[in-house]
Design a protein around this ligand. Sequence first.
Ligand SMILES: [Zn+2]
Length: 343
Amino acid sequence: MILLEETAIDATVPDLSNGGWRSVRLLRRSCPVFGTGTRLIEGAKLTGSGTDLGDLVGQGGFCPFCRAHIEQATAPFPEEIAPTGRIRHGTAWVVPNIIAYSAVSAVGIYDPDRHVMTLEDFQADVLFDAFGAMLEHARAVRRLRPDLVWSSISANYLPPSGSSLLHPHLQSSHDPVPLAAQATIEARSRAHLEAFGRGLFDELVELERAAVARFVGTTGPWSWLTPFAPSGFYEAWALHDEAAELGDLDDHDRSQLASGLSLVLATYHRKGLSSFNFQLLGGGPDARATHVRTLFRIVARTPAAPWYRSDVTYFEKLGAEAMIDHTPEAFAAELREAFGTGL
Ligand SMILES: [Zn+2]
């Protein structure tokens, strides 16, 4: 069964008010799903700095996702993916990604008419349309390329989340290999099932629902909770009670996911936050056998400020994989030159 492992660590820090030392206690926890560690400490590491994005928008620049450019700046899909070349649901568009980070990847634009959105602008209907368009693309990809069994839909919003474009968008990955996060879920779920005869996610939801402290509520088939050992600030999860794969998610599933997500984002907004990463993970080819369900995770990032972009995207933050635009071999060659190494 799931053990929620927590270690209390006592420390002392200088007390600048009286020149002495004072005791503080921090907690070190292990994530029962991913096995990662988290330190829960005192002191503000991330604070809301307001939700006015005016300075950011004022930086200007060309935007390929704005209404005036999207037709010309993005390519149509091949006919096998979208008969008319375009996938659109309500205000949302999906277009092929011009950067290859997966065997097949696509970009979804919530609304070409909205170049920037505060987090309370992400209403359920906007999210519903965007997920609908991304899921239609995902199903088309799976029909055409049944070998791409590992799928996810993710988002970076605003530069502190790793996003290179302001215009609100989301992205998908369809690959023959899992993200490290997906591989970890599969391996740990398989081991849990073999050891205890129960699915890891099933037990987690039951445990958290009974414990109440971290259970938020349900929207349709999704159970929302805050994870015992978060991977970042203000993290929330939604676990589907049945669907194993992104292709299993129907209109009801995505409307209920959208309504829960809009509530999380509105909460971030009230806290003065403006940037986030999220990731909706498909369970992969053995998900039914290992009782893995689709898992949605969202985490807040440092609020946006002009001229700052993080190099940590959803790949690193939630997918447990680094995405780097140079090879270590090329960098070693550069370093050898600096070192004067004659290799
Ligand atoms: Zn734009």
